[in-house]
Design a protein around this ligand. Structure first.
Ligand code: HEC
Length: 158
């Protein structure tokens, strides 16, 4: 009886997972969600770093090192599958803000990604050292996020 219950629970769990997949049968939708999730994690980690740099939150060396480290870890994800051609905001106006330009001018966006990576690597070296070191490196990160958005993201919704 107990075992049967377990099996039922297990298959229910599996069904739930599979229906999450089924909800995005279109692989472009899945890719859009993945990249937006990636971006959201970046923002979630960047927020407190900016707050500390601006003195809106007390500087915490361990937390600063952790969050900058998270941004650095995200750089190591190979997210190339999250940007399939045809997943722009012309094809999916309600789902994405990614401009077609990303693909029509490719690999130009790579330059923005490179600037971003450089700024995150430098932030990661500095963030846990001191408030002054964090302040010296945080600006370039925010600017590189913004530079890419200004160029390749429609209508800021964040
Ligand atoms: C190389 C380009 C690039 C860089 C660098 C970049 N972004 Fe983005 N970001 C985009 C694009 C393109 C979109 C639109 C994605 C979509 O809607 O499919 C986006 C979307 C977002 C979104 C909205 C996600 C959603 O749920 O719709 C947030 C938040 C975000 N970015 C935060 C950041 C932060 C914070 C940084 C820097 C730490 C950053 N991004 C760096 C290109 C970039």
């Amino acid at each position: 009886m107990k075992n049967t219950f377990r099996v039922v629970l297990a298959s229910l769990g599996f069904a739930l997972i599979m229906s999450a997949f089924a909800a995005s049968k279109d692989p472009n939708i899945s890719a859009i969600k993945a990249r937006q999730g990636d971006m959201y994690i970046r923002a979630h980690n960047l927020g407190p770093l900016v707050a500390m740099a601006k003195g809106k939150m007390p500087y915490d060396s361990a937390l600063a090192a952790q969050l900058a480290g998270n941004l650095k870890l995200l750089l190591d994800l190979d997210t190339s599958r999250d940007w399939p051609a045809g997943s722009d905001n012309k094809a999916y106006p309600d789902k994405t803000a990614a401009l077609p330009k990303i693909w029509t001018t490719y690999p130009e966006i790579g330059e923005y990604a490179k600037e971003y990576a450089k700024s995150v690597n430098e932030l990661n070296e500095a963030a846990g050292e001191s408030l002054e070191a964090l302040q010296a490196k945080i600006g370039a990160v925010g600017e590189s996020c913004k530079a890419c958005h200004d160029e390749y993201e429609a209508e800021h919704h964040h």
